[in-house]
Design a protein around this ligand. Structure first.
Ligand code: BG6
Length: 470
């Protein structure tokens, strides 16, 4: 059942302006939203419907990717927007007035909740008291869902007291990215990779999520959270789970999530030497006080199961690095025997690079013979087999991750949302990493803006005889 109303908490915030409103407009423009969908925004700002529509119009002119839409249907889209100012903690009749604003929700209501962790509980209570948690209501939860396992469990318990798991949609926007979903197609819609996708043939895996941006005014949220909890706990571990999981029996919510959670639960608690923390130079000045929050983290993870025994997963992410790059590198093992050795030629092990952003492509390096008569010996060289996704699929429009996720929420498909057991397995592993840091009083190493992170991150892979793919 598709919802007839959508309720956006945090409706005037950065996420709403940059991502949610442009995504909703794009879906509307393509005729993908229910025809009479009523979109009600709520936040503390004292706006009325008109004021909110003006704000939304400004947000669209600023953040809508301009090149592929003419915006002609924006005025009609804005007519679907309504606004209800509310202070969640006020304890007044705000929620029941919100319910009136939503009008009849018996045909279905989808809620998008992005709020500070401390507001989850009062919000859920308010929704329940106002009759906005009935069987036709689904709730999408945006991070941060807690700061550790315990606080995450508290949030999950609070939400579970009003909504069953099959109506809870925990968002990890990386799962909405086209190339991330394509990882599943690459693995499970081809016969080529799966037979090699194991410890017998793979030497190690690298997952890099490098950003050039700093904190862009989010320092209050970020400080005390850091790269481990902001990025690894969710996005990076979800990427790892997709790379490492067993083939699900079908592409549906239960099958996919069952396999992911098995991987997350198989993560070996890391030892203190297996992580490196960094902080970009100038962070303290930006914050105007000293802080030990990491803006970079590199980790060596292991998945303790038959498929991945002895195959390290090197993970790293950081802010203010040299380039924006999200990629997964699968480094294969050397060939078992080099028949060209007697002719002086070396073979370099194959490598598969799945570039997620900003470039979307798949790059497989294979060995080939350098043309020639080979009188001085055979020469072999790595050549790339490159698939550029934008070139291969020039027609279909590139979607913002939230377009897909909002539509799935409205239509009730949970496949690309994170289940409670996954989130908790993620936190369990992350809490153990943090416990190590506390135990050894580990503090971040300073790195320069525009660098590849602290040099010690290199040592993490070098000591295993490997290098980062840069
Ligand atoms: C968010 C983090 O979840 O993901 C941000 O809170 C980060 O710190 C962002 O910048 C990265 O998302 P993307 O889609 O730009 O890679």
């Amino acid at each position: 059942m598709g919802a007839s109303a959508l309720l956006l908490f945090g409706a005037t915030g950065d996420l709403a302006r940059r991502m949610l409103l442009p995504s909703l407009y794009a879906l509307y423009d393509d005729g993908l939203l229910p025809k009479d969908l009523r979109i009600v925004g709520t936040a503390r700002s004292a706006l009325d419907d008109r004021g909110y529509r003006d704000m939304a119009e400004d947000a669209l002119s600023e953040f809508l990717p301009g090149h592929d839409r003419d915006g002609a249907s924006i005025p009609a889209f804005l007519e679907h927007l309504y606004y209800h100012p509310m202070d969640i903690l006020a304890g007044d009749d705000g929620f029941s007035r919100l319910s009136e604003k939503l009008e009849d929700t018996s045909d279905g209501l989808s809620i998008f909740l992005s709020t500070a962790p401390s507001l989850f509980e009062p919000t859920i209570r308010g929704l329940q008291a106002a009759g906005l948690a009935h069987d036709g209501v689904r709730i999408g939860l945006e991070k941060p869902l807690g700061t550790d396992l315990q606080s995450s469990c508290e949030i999950n318990d609070a939400v579970a007291s009003a909504f069953p798991e099959d109506r809870i949609f925990r968002i990890d926007h990386y799962l909405g990215k086209e190339t991330v979903q394509n990882l599943l197609a690459l693995r499970f819609a081809n016969v080529l990779f799966e037979p090699l996708w194991n410890e017998e043939h793979i030497d190690h895996v690298q997952i890099t999520v490098a950003e050039t941006v700093g904190l862009e005014g989010r320092v209050d949220y970020y400080d005390g959270v850091g790269a481990l909890r902001d990025m690894v706990q969710n996005h990076v571990l979800q990427l790892l789970a997709l790379v490492a999981m067993e083939p699900p029996s079908s592409f549906d919510a239960t099958a996919v999530r069952d396999e992911k959670v098995k991987v997350l639960r198989s993560l070996r608690p890391i030892t203190c030497d297996d992580s490196v923390l960094g902080q970009y130079e100038g962070y303290d000045a930006e914050l105007k006080r000293d802080s030990a929050t990491e803006t970079f983290v590199a980790l060596k993870a292991n998945v303790d199961n038959w498929r991945w025994a002895g195959v390290p997963f090197y993970l790293r992410t950081g802010k203010k690095l040299a380039e924006r790059r999200t990629e997964i590198v699968v480094q294969f093992k050397p060939i078992p025997h080099n028949i060209f050795a007697s002719r002086g030629a070396n073979s370099v092990p194959n490598r598969l690079i799945i570039a997620i952003q900003p470039q979307e492509n798949i790059h497989l390096s294979v060995m080939a013979k350098v043309p020639g008569l080979d009188r001085g010996g055979i020469k072999l060289r790595e050549v790339p087999l490159d698939i550029s996704m934008p070139d291969a699929f020039a027609g279909p429009r590139r979607r913002i991750a939230y377009e897909r996720l909002l539509l799935d929420l409205i239509e009730g498909d949970q496949t690309l949302f994170v289940r409670r057991d996954e989130v908790e397995a993620q936190w369990q592993w992350i809490d153990a990493v943090r416990a190590c840091w506390t135990e050894t009083a580990k503090t971040p190493e300073v790195y320069q803006e525009g660098s590849l992170g602290p040099e010690v991150a290199d040592a993490l892979v070098k000591r295993d005889g490997r290098v980062w793919h840069d």
